[in-house]
Design a binder for this molecule. Sequence first.
Ligand code: NAD
Ligand SMILES: O=C(O)C(=O)C[C@@H](O)[C@H](O)[C@H](O)COP(=O)(O)O
Ligand code: ZN
Length: 359
Amino acid sequence: MTMLTVEAANPYKVHIGHGALNAFDESYRELFAGADKIAIIADAQVAALHLDHLKASLDFADKLAVKEIPAGEQSKSMETFMECQSFLLENDFSRKSLVLAFGGGATGDVVGFVASTFMRGISYIQIPTTILAHDSAVGGKTAINHALGKNMIGTFHQPAAVIYDTYFLETLPDKEIRSGMAEVIKHAFISNENWLLELLAVKNLPEMSKEQLAVNLERGIAVKAAIVEEDEFESGVRKFLNFGHTLAHAIEALSGYGKITHGEAVAIGMAYALELSGHKKLPEFLEWCLFNGYPLEIIENFSFEKLAGIMKKDKKSSGGLLNFVLLKETGRPFMATIDEKEAEKAYDALRSKIGEMHI
Ligand SMILES: NC(=O)c1ccc[n+]([C@@H]2O[C@H](COP(=O)([O-])OP(=O)(O)OC[C@H]3O[C@@H](n4cnc5c(N)ncnc54)[C@H](O)[C@@H]3O)[C@@H](O)[C@H]2O)c1
Ligand SMILES: O=C(O)C(=O)C[C@@H](O)[C@H](O)[C@H](O)COP(=O)(O)O
Ligand SMILES: [Zn+2]
């Protein structure tokens, strides 16, 4: 098991590894004892698989209440947000209460948002259960979606701890392994060429050994934590964590949230950012996506015009400009405003390249 500290304004620890749930007993007894009530707010699918295992690692059964929310992206809605608020109020939660977010990134985002707004903010712990959540559970971004844009309603609210027990990953379907590994390779693209080369050599992600996966997750978390420590509220370098996301979020919004996974959309968004960057690894990255089953071909479904309308509302943009995270080279990200005509040309070029791959 490993542990690292995120030196945010309110520092907290990330416990990673098989058996990380033991940290509750070893490090958080006081936090739990001090809480008047504790809620587990869980993704319903994750609860069906793993709630008993989580509960077995927790004492304080007398003050525990469980709320299940819809599985995955559907939960990042105003409806689920309000249901959770009602649940906390109906069960007499207070400012001294604690919330545990149990599930993937979607659960972490909506539950973090609930915790950050309930009585103007209470403590919560992230208990991530997906590969992708190595990213989402760290850094304190919380959000729900709006029909006009992904994650448009949210806050920065750091968790009191992240307990990342890799035991939960054993039930992840291949599609979610693929989705999560897109954020891992994103962390490699923005930080380290040698790591990127190692990842590009993996032609069947579900066959990665547990050890290999653990190393990748730890590296990803270290990259993320270092950036969050430098720029917690995204006035500068934190924007680099959005590599691939300007297009990805537009694709997710246009497809209907949850129709394509976040990581699959980010993979297409990264390919586009590599095209805009003139990065030499684009052909190799497209091959990697193809081998690993990322649905690149869906790019055919979206007109640039519609995507551009949404991309102009991106949180990194203002004044109707198109802003992207690009790479001078691997490990050297920068922000760029791209002229609309140039952005469209690059989009068409990427579509042609994907079209020629005979998927
Ligand atoms: N806050 C951040 O910094 C940040 C970072 C990256 C992504 N995100 C957000 O995270 C979300 C994506 O997260 P995600 O990829 O974890 O998806 P998710 O939370 O939508 O979960 C995906 C699916 O996997 C299932 N699942 C979860 N854990 C499982 C397990 N252990 N075994 C079997 N099934 C399991 C869920 O029920 C769901 O159906 C997006 O909304 C994205 O915007 C946020
Ligand atoms: O933590 C960050 O900062 C990120 O940008 C991480 C992204 O992977 C994540 O998808 C995040 O939710 C996107 O943030 P947004 O501000 O573009 O909604
Ligand atoms: Zn992301």
